[in-house]
Design a protein around this ligand. Structure first.
Ligand code: UN1
Length: 539
């Protein structure tokens, strides 16, 4: 790893220049590939990383290195693998501030959230270090004598992990840590927009002393290097793929995995609903909706999309919500700790954010209360504290009187946009919340146990909050969605172990004879039950 001067953004730090990829414990030598720059979205002249783009051959090399390492790693005792994870956790704690600041510099996430994200990786390591001492199987009674049955988990092999730019440490940790704890080896393709923080994170795994080839990292764009990694499924070089990103790409990856009879882990988009009932604590709900919709600039897969308000409190709620949204502090997260959100991660997100107004315009009823736009010198909100010319900043958007059938209520907007839908009761609220093809996270604000009960029972999403935000899933609960939000696999906690292992069962016969299941059966013969009918009252 090498750093070079960064004249455009010297105050932020130097530029990380990577010669190659992390394959088989080595940084590979340059292969004359195209190079990709990642820039600080708060100040585009600041070049954070300059990385090569992995070719198909390099990606194949990484998969082969992982396959070679798998031979020994799967035999390393699980508690010992857990010790490596413990070391990862310890190093993450030591480097928390440094990693958080790199993360903030490269993707523009507020420092408080960046620290929370690194904490999520620390929590994941804490959970899985001791899982190495469990990873339980079962003993199961046999129907035959002197025979024992048992189950245990086996790793799958080489896992291809492809992740997005918005959670460049937490989400990769959800994949890498359980995958290797279970005895697999990995090839990780991080987002090209978060490549320097990915390398800083990969560095932790190198420093933890993992054997060469257990964690391999290839850099590049999704459409090139990511695609080459997916191609490795068809080539028989990958046994498992785990992807976090858009529904469209997830469906394509799912097809490739499916035709190879593999179960992929797909964590995809969302149009997450939040219901606010007439019995809710309105001020609490307003602050929850502000963070859910506009925190992280709306760039979480768990960000709020459709805000569903009971008609009795809607006017009061909207008034407070809009006032607070107008007053948000937006700015450069490297130098302002108290902002609500920073810049959007890339120009592509800014473009699609601005284009969504045209989709909203198709709604017959929608009323625009706040029209989000690119911040420039002339229109910056009062508390704005960034460089409007050099950064990718936008103001928030709120549409009221939207109908669930409107295209804007059905379309995921990766930016600070909230669409408000008004409803008359809890049944209509839940039907509306379930009215999109997505089903990732959801929330309700209510103090009525009956509403809470109905919501828990009938909501279609994979995750729900009651009296809290749509985001902020804790690191040891099952994370994942339904419908267009994923294929039902889960990340985190004990549940993710099923995604990175398969069950193996063993029959052990110590009887010394040939006993055949289902044929050499012992039945309970018994006699006829006695006649108790004289005791039964006559009808
Ligand atoms: C994502 O946006 O891909 O629950 C993950 C949350 C975070 C993870 C989001 N803990 O919002």
């Amino acid at each position: 790893m090498e750093f070079k001067d960064n004249p455009g953004g010297a105050k932020y730090g130097r530029t990380l220049v990577m010669a190659g990829h992390l394959i088989d414990g080595q940084i590979t030598s340059p292969k004359g590939a195209k190079r990709i720059k990642s820039t600080n979205p708060a100040f585009l002249d600041d070049v954070v990383g300059e990385f090569p783009e992995a070719s198909a051959a390099e990606v194949e090399d990484a998969c082969k290195a992982a396959a070679k390492a798998f031979k020994q790693w799967r035999l390393t005792p699980a508690p010992v693998r857990g010790e490596f994870i413990a070391k990862v956790g310890q190093l993450l704690r030591e480097k928390k501030e440094e990693l958080s600041r790199i993360l903030t510099r490269e993707i523009g996430k507020p420092l408080r959230e960046a620290r929370g994200e690194v904490q999520e990786a620390i929590d994941t390591a804490a959970f899985f270090q001791s899982e190495g001492r469990r990873l339980y199987g079962q003993t199961v009674p046999s129907e035959l004598r002197n025979k024992e049955l048992e189950t245990f988990r086996k790793p799958l092999g080489v896992c291809a992990l492809i992740t997005a730019s918005n959670f460049p440490v937490a989400v990769p940790s959800w994949k890498i840590i359980p995958a290797i704890l279970c005895g697999n080896t990995v090839v990780w393709k991080p987002s090209q927009d978060a490549q320097a923080v990915a390398m800083a994170f990969a560095n932790i795994f190198i420093a933890a002393g993992l054997p060469a080839g257990v964690v391999n990292v290839v850099f590049g764009r999704g459409s090139t290097s990511g695609q080459y990694l997916v191609d490795c499924i068809d080539k028989g070089l990958v046994q498992k793929v785990s992807f976090t990103g858009s529904t469209e790409i997830g469906m394509r990856i799912g097809e490739v995995a499916g035709r190879n009879l593999q179960i992929p882990s797909l964590e995809l988009g969302g149009k997450n609903p939040m219901i606010v009932m007439d019995d809710a604590d309105i001020d609490l709900a307003v602050t929850g909706a502000i963070f859910s919709g506009f925190g992280t600039g709306g760039q979480r897969c768990t960000s709020l999309g459709n805000l569903i308000l009971h008609e009795k409190i809607a006017d009061k709620f909207v008034e407070k919500f809009v006032a607070m949204a107008k007053d948000l502090k937006i700015g450069d997260p490297s130098y302002n700790e108290d902002i609500t959100y920073g810049p959007l991660i890339t120009q592509k997100f800014v473009d699609s954010y601005l284009e969504h107004h045209a989709i909203a315009a198709k709604s017959v009823t929608a009323k625009c209360l706040l029209k989000g736009e690119r911040i420039n010198k002339g229109n910056a909100p009062a508390k704005f504290c960034g460089d409007a010319e050099k950064g990718l900043y936008v103001t928030p958007t709120i549409y009221d009187h939207v109908k669930i059938g409107d295209e804007i209520a059905q379309t995921e907007v990766f930016g600070p946009t909230v669409t408000i839908i008004r409803v008359k009761d809890i049944d209509e609220a839940i039907a509306t919340a379930n009215g999109t093809k997505y089903g990732l996270s959801s929330a309700i604000y209510t103090n009525d146990p009956k509403n809470r009960h109905k919501f828990k029972r009938d909501i279609g999403a994979g995750m729900s909050s009651i009296n809290n935000t749509t985001n902020g899933a804790e690191a040891h609960l099952p994370f994942g969605g339904t419908g267009w939000s994923g294929n039902g696999t889960r990340e985190s906690g004990i549940w993710v172990i099923d995604a990175y292992t398969r069950w193996h069962c063993v029959n052990i016969d110590d009887s010394g004879g040939l006993q055949l299941a289902q044929m050499d059966v012992e039945e309970a013969k018994g006699t006829q039950a006695g006649d108790m009918s004289p005791l039964v009252p006559k009808g």
